[in-house]
Design a protein around this ligand. Structure first.
Ligand SMILES: [Zn+2]
Length: 631
């Protein structure tokens, strides 16, 4: 009901509201020269869940493909303390037209606070005593950070436009006004209207067939954090893989993806055996166009994945194990704030490792561990030379910073190796038992680092003084770099690669006699990286002519090879690098290449000219990260 049709009762309520509003507005505006985070618990959200906590969203959005905006409303149900008079939501670049109580049709007074460059603007909504929901009518900006609108030529099939969202870490606020803090969990329903003939998908119950009207409804009955809100639309097809899992992709990509991820059902079964029942009904994967900034995003029920893992040899399927593992670590038990990010990612990398071991065997996973260890050592050395060793602690302090700054090997691999270290001390079965009960005890809740340490001590380490002593928990979590107790993983498969390289560098074997039969992507990656430690520019040239690394279609191999070429001043493959940077938007590949280029004046100049064009196809997350490097 519109503002014009208000009755006498509503007018009285409004008059009272105005009085209350003036006081509330004064209360917030007096202290607000610049918008400040007032919640003590989450340094990246303006919201006030301690006072008013959102419990359910009802989204109703039209996808406007011409203007590249979402338009509609979200109704937010909340619980509040009796004394609470204001709901504060996070927003970023949203055009808000009105806010009302949908049950009474009473307009609610609202205003936006000043914009913060990283956190956006708080939306203050004044509540009456009887308001338990608020409906916000809004439109997103065409530049909404979470949303990427792709023209047909930026997709795989090149026939239709495509839209996808990436809400983690704090970008949900750019397409839904919400309490954008991981510790606030809510259920949601949605009605989405897209172009007839297109499919729409969310992190919820999903359609499997295109509905010619373009109208879809969604339901997520398990509580999720805002960073797990997800939406995608386009000409998307579906194919089942197992009884409760399948693949969504552009039609031209679908069969390749189905072949690549054929072991998905096996992974779900193994994961459930390890840490308890899968709690999200279905597990599907949406393969996105190549601009997607991450490998995957663990949107509940529907992982969003980069097509760069479709390599034709199933060598990068650990990505699925990783995103699936998030169904427990992250989506089920969630990091309380982005300072506790390692609780999401370190646990997930460990869990991924266990799934990979079960499905593909120990020696396969050992190769991945060695590669990860070497990357981690390199990251720590770089952070040391950049003077940011504080960021090598597992518990981060990202106050006043973009939480994406915490996206490094530290949370993922120092976190994972900490759990490997615990595994060595207490034994696999003890740790598994502990983790299983940890997930069960905190199901659909959240956890901070200190809460985890208390739980770990109480449920595991206190049982054996020797364990407690060896665990060195504080050193791992609050200390910089890697603790001395960390044990480097070894791989017999990669030892063979060392021998091959040794023979090459000592001159006892040439490229023609090098035995690379049976090499997987991981063998190649290790070979390239170790070669790069000793190689000369002439050798790089010989290798490129012989192995044709610059022309491979496997993005992992290309990325390692390009970074090495740039470092050693080999420039003949610049056209291939340029084309790669224009095709792929995955942050993991962009960062090492742009970082190497930024080390010389010539490289930086060239990188800037490539970036100027290539960034048009990148998601805002990648644009932000690369801009930082090329600054
Ligand atoms: Zn992850």
């Amino acid at each position: 009901m519109s503002f014009k049709k208000i009755g006498l009762y509503t007018k009285l309520v409004l008059l009272l509201t105005v009085i209350v509003t003036c006081q509330t507005e004064k209360k917030y505006k007096d202290g607000e020269k610049k918008s400040k985070i007032i919640s003590v618990s989450d340094p990246h959200s303006f919201s006030n869940p301690d006072q008013v906590r959102v419990t359910h969203l009802n989204l109703d959005l039209n996808i406007d493909w011409n203007k590249k905006v979402l338009r509609g409303h979200v109704n937010l149900d909340f619980d509040k303390k009796t004394s609470a008079d204001t709901l504060i939501l996070d927003t970023r670049n949203l055009k808000i037209s009105k806010v009302e109580n949908r049950n009474t049709n009473k307009p609610l007074k609202f205003w936006l606070g000043n914009e913060h460059p990283i956190f956006g603007s708080p939306l203050y909504i004044v509540l009456g005593e009887k308001d338990h929901s608020a409906c916000v009518f809004y439109e997103t900006s065409p530049d909404a950070e979470a949303l990427q609108w792709l023209n047909p030529e930026q997709t795989h099939d090149k026939t239709d436009a495509f839209l996808y969202s990436q809400s983690q870490a704090i970008l949900a606020r750019s397409w839904v006004p919400c309490q954008d803090a991981p510790a606030v969990k809510f259920t949601y329903k949605a009605s989405i209207r897209t172009k007839p003939g297109y499919l729409a998908l969310m992190s919820a119950s999903n359609p499997q067939k295109i509905n010619e009207t373009g109208n879809y409804t969604f339901n997520m009955e398990q509580p999720v954090s805002s960073y797990l809100l997800a939406l995608s639309s386009g000409k998307i097809a579906f194919k089942a893989i197992g009884k409760d899992c399948g693949i969504y992709a552009e039609p031209g990509m679908l069969d390749k993806a189905v072949w690549e991820f054929a072991d998905m059902q096996k992974m779900i079964d193994e994961a459930s055996k390890l840490y308890g029942t899968y709690m999200w009904n279905r597990y599907d994967v949406l393969v996105l166009p190549p601009s997607f900034p991450f490998g995957g995003m663990e949107n509940p029920r529907l992982t969003f994945a980069t097509p760069t893992v479709i390599t034709g040899d199933r060598s990068q399927v650990s990505l699925i194990a990783h995103e699936l593992a998030h169904s427990w670590s992250g989506n089920f038990v969630t990091n309380a704030t982005w300072n506790d990010f390692w609780l999401n990612e370190g646990f997930t990398n460990y869990f991924e490792q266990r799934i990979m071991e079960k499905v593909y065997g120990k020696s396969y996973d050992e190769m991945r561990q060695v590669l990860a260890w070497n990357d981690l050592e390199k990251t720590i050395a770089e952070m040391k030379s950049d003077g940011i060793m504080a960021d090598t602690k597992l518990k981060l302090d990202l106050r006043d910073r973009n939480p994406d700054d915490g996206l490094s090997d530290i949370a993922y691999d120092k976190g994972r190796f900490f759990l490997c270290h615990l595994e060595k001390i207490v034994g696999k079965s003890q740790l598994d038992h502990f983790l299983k009960s940890y997930f069960k005890a905190h199901a659909f809740g959240f956890m901070d680092t200190e809460g985890f340490i208390a739980y770990l001590n109480h449920e595991l380490l206190d049982k054996n003084p020797q364990w407690k002593k060896q665990a060195m928990v504080s050193q791992w979590i609050y200390g910089e770099g890697m603790p001395v107790s960390a044990i480097k993983p070894i791989s017999s498969e990669l030892k063979k690669v060392d021998q091959i390289l040794n023979a090459y560098f000592t001159g006892s074997s040439g490229l023609q006699t090098m035995d690379t039969s049976g090499f997987t992507t991981h063998h190649w990656q290790y070979l390239i990286r170790q070669f790069g430690l000793k190689a000369t520019q002439t050798q790089v040239k010989h290798w490129d002519n012989f192995f044709k690394f610059s022309n491979r279609s496997n993005a992992e191999i290309c990325c390692d090879w390009y970074a090495l070429s740039i470092r050693l001043g080999y420039k003949q493959n610049r056209p291939q690098i340029e084309s790669f940077l224009n095709q792929v938007g995955r942050r993991k590949f962009l960062m090492p290449i742009y970082s190497e280029l930024a080390k010389t004046n010539e490289g930086k100049l060239w990188a800037n000219s490539v970036f100027k064009q290539a960034k048009k196809g990148y998601h805002s997350v990648s644009v932000h990260s690369v801009s930082e490097i090329l600054k």
